[in-house]
Write a protein that binds this ligand. Structure first.
Ligand SMILES: C[S@@+](CC[C@H](N)C(=O)[O-])C[C@H]1O[C@@H](n2cnc3c(N)ncnc32)[C@H](O)[C@@H]1O
Length: 381
């Protein structure tokens, strides 16, 4: 119970414990759990309560009385107010260690998997990595970013957003858009700035020798090197052979399907965004792409598959999709996960269906934030 805490209340002298999923740190106040943002393990801090629920409270650090040796001065002047980067106060190598702890704790607790790896640094890091930005205009028409869980716009500093690719870090001055939003993309053809909403316009992305057309506002991996890193991990883990049948589920514009097809596999992709499916057909000629919800569309796919790639949104693939995948008896599955909690839950479900992880690798594809990407390779027992 957190009944006697109030929203906005100042709680002083909190001892900060371990990092938790979501980049919060666990503290206890008179027996109650408070998840604290912008803290570090071992610190003594004052916090302001920002959210209350029956089981716990959330709070932000407002004063640090005993700092962690891993605390640094945030490089960005709007850190703490901008909702984008929640690990600006953490020395980058230690941020990766914190993410390792979260991955190990979640996979151990939820799936009984002993994660012994590191969270690999991926260049560019920790700045200039983000190739997709959505800026918002404040009341004066200045571009900024949204505050944490809030519609408030925090204006960008003059040097722009530090984690954005330099070409899109400072939006042009005439960026005004009717809905107050501005998309900024660093693409293979250079920087692109545009309003939101479906325009039919596409941009070109390059991954090694393969190129992909992507809708202006469609999904593409945010980190500049993420497509290459993830494709390499998936291809190395699955080791596709010519003629094998491979599914790319939650395929977007066919990133993994393209790599599997290049290795000689017969690929089938399923994706919910119809425009992305149309582009996947152009990007991966010879592939078979189906539009719709993966769980429902699985019935229309071949009854046997050798390889499956799963790259679901944060909620994870879930039991129905995993059951339909296991029914195809693939020899290996690559699960690309942006939420290690959903991955942990799904690894446990997959184990019940006869598939065990043979490797899990983690990548720091979101420097300066708590987010982490994992690639798990599963094989049939
Ligand atoms: C993390 S993205 C991965 C896209 C692609 N694999 C890539 O790396 O570019 C997840 C994709 O799943 C799609 N999606 C989300 N929920 C879906 C569902 N229930 N059925 C089909 N596709 C879905 C989204 O539109 C998005 O393209």
């Amino acid at each position: 119970m957190t009944a006697d805490l109030e929203l906005g209340e100042l709680v002083t002298g909190l001892e900060v414990g371990n990092v938790a999923h979501g980049g919060h740190f666990v503290a206890r106040h008179e027996g109650r759990v408070i998840f604290v943002r912008h803290a570090l393990t071992g610190e003594l801090v004052d916090v302001r309560i920002t959210e209350l629920s029956k089981r716990f409270a959330r709070a932000d650090v407002v004063a640090v009385h005993r700092a962690s040796p891993h605390r640094v001065v945030p490089p960005c002047p709007i850190a703490g107010r901008c909702g984008g980067c929640d690990f600006q106060h953490v020395e980058p190598a230690h941020a990766r260690e914190l993410k390792r702890q979260v991955v190990a704790e979640l996979l151990g607790h939820l799936a009984g998997f002993d994660f012994t790896g590191e969270v690999a640094e991926v260049q560019p890091a920790p700045f200039g990595w983000r190739r997709r930005m959505r800026y918002h205009l404040d009341g004066s028409g200045r571009p900024g970013l949204l505050a944490h869980r809030s519609p408030e716009v925090v204006a960008l500093p003059v040097e722009g957003c530090r984690i954005a690719d330099v070409g899109i870090a400072v939006p042009p001055a005439d960026a005004g858009r009717p809905d107050g939003q501005l998309l900024a993309l660093a693409t293979a053809e250079g920087p692109v700035f545009a309003g939101t909403g479906p325009t039919g316009r596409t941009v070109l992305e390059q991954v090694g020798e393969r190129s992909y057309r992507v809708s202006l506002d469609g999904f593409w991996q945010a980190h500049a090197d993420a497509p290459r890193v993830l494709v390499d991990a998936v291809v190395a883990g699955l080791a596709p052979r010519p003629g094998e049948v491979a599914f790319d589920l939650f395929c977007g514009v066919g990133l993994f399907a393209g790599a599997l097809a290049a290795a000689g596999a017969q690929v089938w992709g399923v994706e919910g965004d119809r425009r992305a499916v149309g582009l996947a057909r152009e990007n991966v000629t010879g592939g078979n792409f189906v539009s719709g919800d993966v769980a429902r569309r699985m019935a229309g796919l071949p009854e046997a598959a050798d390889l499956v790639v799963l790259d679901p949104p944060r909620a994870g693939a879930g039991a129905a999709v995993l059951a339909a995948v296991a029914a195809r008896q693939p020899r290996a599955i690559a699960y690309v996960a942006c939420d290690p909690a959903a991955l942990g839950r799904d690894l446990r479900i997959a184990a019940g269906l006869g598939y065990d992880p043979v490797s899990v690798r983690a990548y720091d594809l979101f420097p300066m934030t708590h987010h982490v990407e994992c690639v798990a390779i599963l094989e049939r027992r």
